[in-house]
Design a protein around this ligand. Structure first.
Ligand SMILES: [Zn+2]
Length: 391
């Protein structure tokens, strides 16, 4: 039998359900309580109306928000790229080629080493309030190494993405068409059983529009659903291809034409913005304001990876989005929770409402606004995942 717990004396609760709270997208409830039954939320409302439960937790007049849904990370890797970052911060431009350094280290690593690394970063993310995460392959680039990465990832999350098309494998430097054939053939066959999603880095120096279409279409035929690294470093076909193929998300969206924005506004593809990448490469910020004002659904994620965005902190990304991408604090918190859930086509996470998983983050602050107002401060003081208090 599952037991019930009430978390009471919550100064400000973000439910992300407008019908439960003040009618805003965040569905805010002041002086609130949440009842957890097993791994699910059973009730939310004003503290004074909370039903009787087996257990009681006093939130102490602090804020509770849904656990963060980090819908874009690259956590199965070995080694680091401190020297590359240091050089770039000393004036050298970023290019996609740095991925090869991580490919070499990842291929050389044991399964245990990759597992240990992944577990370490997941723990780090959990401490910062992340309760759902997606992660990708893409640092193996051989049939065996890609399948291995996905097998390891699949033991930690349902949101596993096949990214054999991260870059053209160095083994196929003179034969990119041969590599696309591998990615859409033998490698896909070996990887599909472990993955939910198929992804491609559609960018100059990685894969062009025709190659990306072939890779995503082949993945779809194997039952994988598309998501796309699109329009990060330059203008290109990635975003419109993502919308055309009904990808769950087009990720990065830094260089967009009006036609790209119109396409996103017209379809069900979420624009996932990853400000850690622009921060860590001193690149131009994506224009979140333009997207939101056009009616595009925006998610915020970390892109945690050892090359271009080595942060597992969603609160850091929220602060960047508010300060530098002109999102309001409410929009940024919504995008990092409900937005991430949309980017994974989930409605059982990213909100605190009856029926959803009991994934909650307790902040040492009276309001979610403090995530941007107090940047860099470790405000996460409690985390429940699937109804279990982990932090
Ligand atoms: Zn990425």
């Amino acid at each position: 039998m599952s037991s019930t717990t009430v978390i009471t004396n919550i100064a400000s609760l973000v439910t992300n359900d407008p019908s439960l709270g003040d009618g805003s997208p965040l569905g805010l409830i002041q002086d609130a309580a949440v009842v957890i039954d097993g791994d699910r939320v059973a009730w939310t409302g004003e503290s004074s109306k909370a039903p009787a439960t087996d257990n009681r937790v006093d939130a102490g007049g602090r804020a509770v928000i849904p656990g963060f849904v980090d819908s874009h990370s690259h956590l199965v890797f070995a080694g680091d790229r401190t020297q590359e970052f240091n050089a770039r911060m000393s004036g050298r431009a970023y290019s996609a080629g740095g991925i090869r350094t991580t490919v070499a280290a990842t291929r050389a690593a044991s399964d245990e080493e990759l597992e240990r690394n992944l577990t370490r970063y997941l723990r780090e993310a959990l401490r910062q309030g992340t309760t759902t995460f997606e992660t990708k392959s893409g640092y193996g680039l051989t049939v065996e190494d890609e399948a291995r990465a996905l097998r390891i990832a699949a033991s930690h999350t349902d949101e596993v993405t096949y990214l054999g098309a991260h870059i053209v494998s160095p083994d196929y430097a003179d034969d990119p068409a041969g590599y696309v054939a591998l990615v859409t053939g033998e490698m896909l066959d070996a990887c599909a059983p472990y993955a939910r999603w198929v992804d491609v880095f559609c960018e100059k120096g990685a894969f062009d529009g025709d190659q990306a279409r072939a890779i995503l279409t082949a993945g779809k035929a194997k039952g994988l659903h598309p998501r796309v690294h699109a329009n990060q470093l330059s203008y290109g076909p990635g975003v419109q291809l993502a919308v055309e193929l009904d990808a769950a998300s087009a990720d990065h969206c830094t260089h967009l034409t009006d036609a790209d924005v119109d396409a996103l506004a017209s379809g069900d593809t979420v624009a996932t913005l990853l400000p850690g990448a622009e921060f860590s490469t001193r690149a131009e910020w994506p224009n979140a304001r333009r997207l939101i004002d056009a009616g595009v659904t925006v998610a915020l994620s970390t892109d945690c990876n050892p090359g271009s965005s080595f942060t597992s902190s969603v609160p850091f990304c929220i602060a960047l989005a508010v300060r530098d991408m002109r999102m309001t604090p409410d929009e940024a918190v919504w995008s990092a929770t409900a937005g991430g859930a949309r980017a994974l086509r989930r409605d059982d996470v990213g909100r605190i409402a009856p029926g959803a998983y009991a994934d909650l983050t307790l902040l040492d602050a009276p309001s979610h606004v403090h995530l941007a107002y107090r940047p860099g401060v470790p405000l996460v003081t409690g985390v429940w995942r699937r109804g279990v208090r982990e932090i």
